[in-house]
Write a protein that binds this ligand. Structure first.
Ligand SMILES: Cc1cc2nc3c(=O)[nH]c(=O)nc-3n(C[C@H](O)[C@H](O)[C@H](O)COP(=O)(O)OP(=O)(O)OC[C@H]3O[C@@H](n4cnc5c(N)ncnc54)[C@H](O)[C@@H]3O)c2cc1C
Length: 426
């Protein structure tokens, strides 16, 4: 029997692609879906922050059509960066027009200087160096440094650039010049378009998968694992023998649960770093509070790094004549700031940038602390991750998914990794 721990997209996709092989899924929550879930509050549909499906692989298109036909609608990104009191179209580096002239000049000259140096930035250098070598000082200073300091909550010298080379668009010199002159660059980057369900929020994706798999044990948390005996113990005391174990829970948590983990691997549990995200969702009694799908906030005077608008993904996300928003505030490791404080500072920030008006009323809200949100790409991870994953695999444990593989993975990646894992197991 193949034991799958976690019924997020990776676990569900693994089960789906295992077809006739015998498996059981153990999920600690009472609902499947992991981060790909939706909640319903006073007529509003909220996700666990914005979850937009960006598809790169043709298989994902076929897969989505098969499991959830007619559910998703394609949207073309409307996204901006709020800087110096203005909304600059995303990506910042390719759309400088509209910023104060001296800033456009600084950004443009910095980019031209790096371009003339013709030194190609390597993908394995530190993040700070990668940004300077790729975009120059101005763009770094006005966007990449403050934004990433806010998101990662750490000294950027300690961050590697492994995650950046695929996720950050790198315009050419002509494109940067065009953008500085007001000829807008559209369609750049992996997230230029996205798919989103017409009704029900992103959770309908996981719900569709749940209907296609069996043997999901909800409210069942993994307590411990014995690698030598191939036995896992659940929190209710049940012991289960497995042939192979697929774990999608955060890797450090899995390691702490392994009874016979060699001492050499024990310190990895505390040294793999992560960022958590406070997610506030709010409903406002006014239509179209913003024209965007989401906005980045690099400046330190705003507590959030990103704000998005569910009601612009689909009108069915909010009651008529209202809007709905998600706010993302990151914290290093686990954080205990009260939701009330976070809501108060967020509303103040939203008012200062003009999204919320004085007379607006908040008619619904909820809060989630996403404890593991972003894994930190530092040198420790780079050096130690391959060894521990290899060790686990040698003992028939496949640690996969965004937090199992300790990666920067999207929902599409989760679906594809589930498929790849099942293929390997079969
Ligand atoms: C802030 C944020 C924004 C994001 N935005 C996007 C986006 O716009 N587009 C996109 O494509 N992707 C986005 N993602 C990424 C996306 O959420 C993930 O790639 C995907 O949902 C990961 O699925 P998973 O199954 O690997 O992990 P999870 O969804 O985390 O699933 C793991 C499951 O394991 C369960 N579990 C944990 N511990 C135990 C235990 N001891 N016993 C049993 N079960 C356990 C959990 O309850 C959970 O259900 C975002 C992620 C974050 C954090």
């Amino acid at each position: 029997m193949i034991a799958i721990v976690g019924a997020g997209l990776t676990g569900l996709s693994t089960a789906y692609h295992l077809k006739k092989r015998s498996y059981k899924i153990f999920e600690q929550q009472n609902t499947a879906g992991g981060l790909c879930r939706s909640t319903y509050v006073d007529g509003f549909t909220f996700d666990f922050t914005g979850h937009l499906l960006h598809i790169q692989n043709p298989y994902t298109h076929r897969f989505i059509k098969k499991i959830a036909p007619g559910t998703f609608k394609k949207n073309i990104r409307k996204s901006a960066v709020y800087c110096r009191g203005r909304y600059v179209p995303y990506p910042f580096q390719a759309n400088l027009y509209g910023l104060p002239q001296e800033i456009v000049y600084e950004c443009l000259m910095g980019f031209i200087k790096t371009h003339l140096r013709k030194k190609r930035s390597q993908s394995n250098v530190g993040f700070k160096k990668w940004v300077l070598e790729t975009f120059g000082e101005g763009i770094a200073q006005y966007f990449f440094f403050p934004y990433n300091e806010k998101l990662w909550q750490m000294d950027l010298q300690k961050l590697t650039s492994q995650w950046a080379s695929w996720s950050i668009p790198r315009p050419t010199l002509p494109e940067v010049v065009q953008g500085a002159l007001g000829i807008q660059n559209t369609g750049m980057g992996y997230n230029a378009s996205f798919f989103y369900p017409t009704k029900g929020g992103i959770g309908v994706l996981a719900d569709a998968l749940v209907k296609k798999v069996k043997n999901i044990k909800l409210g069942t948390a993994l307590a411990s694992v014995n690698l030598a005996k191939k036995i896992l113990c659940l929190q209710d005391g049940q012991k289960i023998s497995y042939e192979k174990l697929v774990s999608t829970i955060p890797l450090p948590q899995l390691l702490t649960k392994i009874e016979d983990l060699p001492p050499a691997y024990k310190k990895i549990c505390t040294k793999l770093r992560f960022v958590s995200v406070h997610n506030l969702n709010i409903g406002v009694n006014r239509q179209q509070v913003s024209p965007y799908h989401w906005i980045y906030f690099p400046e330190p005077e705003f507590p959030f790094y990103r704000v998005g608008f569910y009601s612009n993904f689909s009108p069915h996300m909010a009651p008529r004549k209202t809007s709905s928003l998600y706010i993302e505030i990151s914290a290093a490791g686990s954080s205990e700031t009260s939701p009330e404080t976070l809501l108060a500072v967020s509303l103040d920030g939203l008012e200062r940038c003009g999204i919320i008006k004085k007379d607006d009323r908040i008619v619904a809200h909820n809060y989630t602390n996403i404890e593991h949100a972003y894994v930190v790409f530092d040198k420790y991870r780079q050096k130690n991750l391959p060894g521990i994953l290899k060790f686990l695999k040698k003992h028939s444990v496949f640690s996969v998914g965004r937090f199992g593989a300790w990666e920067y993975e999207s929902m599409e990646d989760a679906l594809l990794q589930g498929r790849a894992t099942a293929k390997e197991l079969i």
